[in-house]
Write a new protein. Structure first.
Lengths: 255, 255, 255, 255, 255
């Protein structure tokens, strides 16, 4: 679970509420119709921009920004080195008995393929294609999020323009002018908040997670191929260690 | 047919209309002269920017964002594997009898060339040139759409400036000031809506479709060349499968 | 002659004039001092940005956006194939007699070099250097145009700031305030129109033409080298055809 | 210590204060709630955008923009050349006695590895991985800083919108309107100042330092490898000198 | 001397002054405190962004945008060809006597190295390192200029915000409101002018000069290496001519 995403969202809303409460009533800022226009309009434009399936798939992607099992790169290396030792001693088929230790589906699949005697080239091809598709899916999720972030302020301004035009066209009552303009500006506020607190930062977070997840999967591919080729466990460890900073490496060895 | 494009456009307009109706009259927002200025000016500027032929060709391109036969990548692979089996058994000439099964013109052309005994290098060259030209055409269509999206808000602002200047130059009647400013802002609203609901999102959709269409055509080229070289149907299938995610692959095999 | 450039410019002005006439007097929008400031200031800044020679050379470049002999790629291929046939039959020296058929200076030069017996490497080097310099010149022209397009709105705003400051500093007469602000806004309108109707779109058109012109010249180089090396005319044609879409190719063959 | 960072920050604040004091009271510009909203909101959004660990690690990174021991590239070359001479005369093990001369941990580690007889390939791999991770860490720090710089003005505007809406909704007292608007604008001022004096320029400075630090470490790697392979000290010096401008080189030789 | 830089700067100021004088008094626009804030604040932020040494070195860089000896590429080629002839006839040592003909320090250094019998690889390495450092220095100068251009409008807006807040907080006297706002806008005007007349265009000019200077130095390196390897003067000329357009080449030959 990435506490920072939730924390950031809550803190952002709290800071804005705090600023509001200090000087006036937060009720003024609750305008469902405005929220409806900005969110709805932005979502509609995103539907024009991406296939429906991808837009609906965004929900699953967003989850990644909040929850994700932080796969320890150290644990993964330790596991692969253990597997390498066993495979060295008892042959690669022996790994089948240890499969329940593996929780990551990607790694499980890969080891199963190795145990099944898949050709190294084919194994690498299958795993890298899967990784490439994962990366594509991540990239698409991130870019939909960025599109949301780019369109939200524009739709906030569209709402404000609608409000301003309605207000200006009926200035019989100068007293209502202030309130009308205040309401008109609320959509711009909503659009800015959505873009600068939710969509754009979340696109950034998705990009970070994707990078992390892909790096660990690349390490898994290298590890499986190294085990399959019968490398000495020490060499497997050395190869995998090149993915992490030397400073971290030494810390691990001390343990 | 891509339902999301149409749905998004309709929803976007509905959301804006809803916001208008809740607070005033939609009639105020119907200003043909403003629409004429923004669309006309943007179109004129696009004509300065692109050859007339390409601008006129945009109509055909836009259709792609709404309608397109979703060519199933799985069906295409299945078809190519079937063809590979027949070619293996009865020789490549036997494919001529199965030509009516192929509906895609690009694939039909390619198989015809193979049946006609075209040299592999020439066949690849012809098909890749055609693909490159398709890609160029797609890119041009997308970039014209993006130009529309970049110019529409600018022309909306030009309209607002014209309106503001006219209004400010004749402030003898302060009562008319509000309405004048409201009318002036309508072009900015039009420009923003066009850019953020229609042009820019549609350019995004065109880009997505293009990527999909080109990927399936690359698969076709690989398939035809593999059949022509007399590859074993299993190998043809394996080669083509590298275009799709392993998860999808297995699903297919179960069928 | 590219009708779209002229048409776009005229239509753009007509649309703006139409919007003005519908609601007021176009005379209000004629302010030579404003035009002077925006154009002059933009031009001055472009002079700081580019060598004087390049800025003055822009006039010749702009012509390309309006007039240009649409060199038919099909005619060029046909001509080169004819030359290849003659060179095959009567030797490359025979081409000297057909030189008057060639109107394009670049092609003429290249054939002359081939006839003179220039080494293939040197010939390619000379022609590609010339092409590279042409491309550089085109790129510079386009980037000066883009600089004009980027600076014009900024100078429009500078003019508006000058006008606003002058107006605000002397608000003894509130009646003149409206007109003063109207005049101040005119420079912003001028700057926006110049950028969004003339400069930026024209930079786009220049880029399109450059791409076209360079593509046809690359085809010429390939053709001359192929003729010089004594290729079979059929092979010359096949090589050159790779520059055009297969669909176009077949159309030509039917003729 | 980089005096320019501190100097720039102080001067920037002094210039703004000076401009304020000349025309009014600086007390008006002290609004803790506004500062709280802009900084807090920006920070919250950065937390949504980056993992918490990286955001907290920014403090260490910021220090780099103020303090950093300017590692002299000349001293480093001189040291490495001295080490090369000793290693040539007395063998690489002799370097162990001179280790206390080395203050840079990266260089110390590298020499220790060489003395320990690490294989050249492994040594290079370990040091380059460490360098790559350093670069990654620098890049992340810079990009968090840039995110701060991009979000601060947006949150300044969010604060101004909140203030404007509150003010407009309660225009019973026209006298308070001016002060209300002044307060509303303060968040925009805060956001602009943070972005344009602190965050964006500091991101630039971090980038400069990173480049410098990485260049000197690349020189160290090359030097250690050259010493390890037993190169003649003159050749070591020549290799390392290619990192610095020839003009600087000659200056050194004169010394 | 590049007349266009000076001309552009003077013309830009003249155009603005002309627009001011036509409608009011230029004295209103002279506000030293505003100029102080915008320039000072921008400069302070640049100091946070770049090392002090580089910022101070900008003065020398700026000179390049005004004065620079237009090194004739034709003269350089002619000189190198003359040197090649002499070196061919009398040996490379004979060039020492002609050294006073060479005014360019870079070329002088290179020829001296060749005369001294430096190894070709080392000579190329030394000269290319020097060139790379020159390019780095040019790039840094340009990017500092661009930073000035990006920050000036931001600091102009900061000044305007300060002015607006001060004015709005003390609207007891509505008559002073106009003048206060006028003064507030002056910093925005200053910032826009600096960015759009001086900094950004000058960054462009610096980039152009750098490209030119580096191209001529690359030609020098190629020439020296060609002379050193004892190439025939005709071949030296041909090699160097590949740097200039064929059209220019022939013009030279006619002379």
């Amino acid at each position: 679970m990435d506490i920072a995403t939730l924390l950031g969202l809550i803190l952002g809303v709290v800071f804005v509420l705090f600023a509001i409460v200090m000087k006036g009533s937060p009720l003024l800022f609750l305008d469902p119709a405005s929220a409806f226009l900005v969110l709805g309009g932005t979502g509609a434009a995103v539907c024009v921009s991406y296939p429906l399936r991808d837009v609906l798939g965004l929900v699953g992607v967003v989850k990644n920004a909040f929850f994700y099992k932080e796969e320890s790169i150290h644990d993964t290396i330790a596991l692969l080195v253990r597997f390498a030792e066993r495979a060295r001693r008892e042959g690669i088929l022996a790994l089948e008995k240890q499969m329940e230790e593996v929780t990551d589906m990607f790694l499980k699949n890969g080891i199963q393929l190795a145990v099944d005697g898949t050709e190294p080239e084919l194994l690498r091809d299958i795993m890298e294609t899967e990784l490439r598709h994962l990366e594509e899916r991540h990239k698409k999720g991130k870019s939909i999020m960025e599109t949301f972030g780019a369109l939200a302020p524009a739709w906030g301004m569209i709402g404000t323009l609608v409000g301003l035009i309605l207000m200006l066209a009926s200035i019989e009552d100068p007293d209502a002018l202030g309130l009308g303009m205040a309401l008109a500006l609320i959509t711009t506020l909503y659009g800015s908040l959505m873009a600068n607190l939710v969509f754009t930062p979340m696109a950034g977070k998705l990009g970070m997670k994707s990078k992390q997840e892909i790096q660990i999967r690349e390490l898994m591919i290298m590890g499986i191929l190294s085990i399959q080729s019968g490398d000495n466990p020490r060499i497997v460890e050395q190869k995998l260690n090149s993915f992490i900073a030397p400073k971290m490496r030494r810390m691990k060895e001390e343990r």
